[in-house]
Design a protein around this ligand. Structure first.
Ligand SMILES: [Zn+2]
Length: 376
C-alpha cells in the first residue's frame, strides 16, 4: 500500500486545473478526469467499490467510496476537491518536490494534501471494517474553484445527500474551522459629464466623484462590527487622458458575520453614502451573496473532532475563517460541515504552494480516527 507522501506526489503530477470558463492553462491540463481515474483505481486496489456522481459538467464528476454500516447509522462525508487553480506557464508546479520536510507543487495543500490523507485513511479503514462506527463517504469533489457543480451534485445525489455531517480537508493548519464569514459583492457607479480636458471646468469629472465615494468607503470600515470588512477591489473609469471622464465604476467586497446578511450590508452602505455625498451614485444588483455560516461548537460532529484533537494532543478549539469553500453549499443543503486539513491557506493558489509532511501524516491519523470514532 502506498503511503500518504507517495499518494500526494502522484496527485500533484496529475494535472486537474479548473478551466474556470476560460483558463490560462493548456487544455490537456484542465479537468479532473486524470485525478478521478486515479481515485477509482486506488479505491479498487484497497478492495472497495468506487462510485461516480455525474455533475452538470460533462466528464467532470465526483468520485468516491462508501463504508456502509447500515440504514440505522448516520452518514459522515469526508471530502476534498479534486480541481486546482491554474499553473500559468509554470509546468514545474506539476512536478512534486520534497524539500525541508515539505512537499511543494500545485494542489499540495489545496486540496490534494487533504485528499491524499483521506485516501490513506480510507485504505487503513478498509482493512479494519469492523472498527467503522458510522456510514462513511470519502469523496473527491470537482469544480470547487469556480462554479461548485461538484458540491451541488454531492448535496443532491445518493448516497451523500442525506449525510448528517461533513468534513472538508481544506488547509486549516490542522485546526477545526466551524465558522465561515459571509460575503457580498456589488458594483458602485457614478456618472459625470465628458468635456475636452483643456477646459475641465466645463465637464464633471466622474473619477473625482468616485474618489470621494471611495474615501468614504475607507472610513466606513470603522462603522462595521468587529470581524466584518469592506474592500474596494477594482476601479474602472475614463477613456482617454484628454477627456474629462463621464463614468467610473468600482467593485466592492464585504465580508460578513452571522449578524449581517448580504442584503443588509448592501442597504446599510447605500444609506451611509447617500447621507454623506452631494451627488448621485448607483449600485448594481448584489453578486456573490453568501450568508455567514456557523456550525455550533456543541454539534455532535464538532464534539467528536474536538475529542480526537484532545486525544492527539493538538489544538481543538474551533476557529472562524473568511475564505470560501464547499462548506457553504453543504451547510445550505442541511449537511453541517466543518473544515480540517493539513497545510496553510496562505500558500494556496501561489507558485510556492506546499504542505508540511508532518501535518500530512497527522491528517491521515486524524481522518482515520474520525472513521473509527464513536457513533454520531
Ligand atoms: Zn481548496
Amino acid at each position: 500500500m502506498k503511503n500518504v507522501i507517495d499518494i500526494l506526489e502522484d496527485l500533484i503530477a496529475l494535472p486537474s486545473v479548473n478551466p474556470m470558463g476560460g483558463s490560462d492553462s493548456a487544455p490537456d491540463l484542465c479537468g479532473e478526469a486524470k485525478v478521478n481515474d486515479y481515485i477509482c483505481d486506488f479505491i479498487g486496489k484497497i478492495g472497495l467499490k468506487p462510485f461516480v456522481q455525474e455533475t452538470a459538467l460533462p466528464g467532470r464528476g465526483n468520485v468516491g467510496a462508501m463504508l456502509y454500516k447500515g440504514a440505522n447509522y448516520k452518514t459522515i462525508i469526508l471530502q476534498c476537491h479534486t480541481d486546482t487553480v491554474g499553473i500559468g506557464n509554470n509546468r514545474q508546479l506539476l512536478r512534486p518536490v520534497r524539500k525541508d520536510g515539505r512537499i511543494y507543487g500545485r494542489g499540495a495543500c489545496d486540496c490534494k494534501g487533504g485528499l491524499a490523507a483521506m485516501l490513506a485513511a480510507l485504505a487503513q479503514a478498509a482493512e479494519n471494517p469492523e472498527k467503522v462506527k458510522n456510514n462513511i463517504i470519502v469523496m473527491g469533489v470537482s469544480d470547487e474553484e469556480y462554479s461548485f457543480k461538484g458540491s451541488l451534485a454531492l448535496c443532491e445525489q445518493e448516497p451523500s445527500k442525506n449525510a448528517a455531517f461533513g468534513i472538508i480537508g481544506e488547509p486549516t493548519g490542522c485546526r477545526i474551522v466551524n465558522g465561515f464569514k459571509g460575503v457580498a459583492r456589488w458594483n458602485a457607479s457614478v456618472t459625470g459629464k465628458a468635456f475636452h480636458s483643456s477646459e475641465p471646468e466645463k465637464g464633471v469629472n466622474a473619477i473625482y466623484r468616485m474618489a470621494k465615494l471611495i474615501s468614504l468607503i475607507e472610513k466606513y470600515q470603522s462603522e462595521l462590527e468587529s470581524g466584518e470588512t469592506i474592500s474596494v477591489g477594482t476601479v474602472k473609469g475614463g477613456s482617454a487622458v484628454n477627456i474629462v471622464p463621464d463614468a467610473c465604476t468600482i467593485e466592492i467586497d464585504r465580508r460578513l458575520t452571522k449578524n449581517t446578511s448580504p442584503e443588509k450590508a448592501f442597504k446599510d452602505l447605500e444609506k451611509y453614502l447617500s447621507r454623506n455625498l452631494d451627488f448621485n451614485f448607483s449600485f448594481s444588483d448584489l453578486k456573490d451573496a453568501q450568508n455567514a455560516v456557523l456550525v455550533e461548537p456543541d454539534h455532535p460532529g464538532v464534539r467528536i473532532l474536538s475529542e480526537i484533537c484532545t486525544d492527539m494532543d493538538i489544538d481543538g478549539t474551533p476557529q472562524q475563517v473568511a475564505f470560501g469553500s464547499d462548506a457553504y453549499r453543504m451547510d445550505a443543503a442541511g449537511i453541517p460541515t466543518v473544515l480540517w486539513g493539513p497545510g496553510s491557506i496562505a500558500v494556496a493558489h501561489t507558485s510556492d504552494e506546499y504542505v508540511e509532511i508532518g501535518q500530512l501524516e497527522q491528517a491521515v491519523q486524524f481522518y482515520y480516527n474520525i472513521i473509527v470514532s464513536r457513533k454520531l
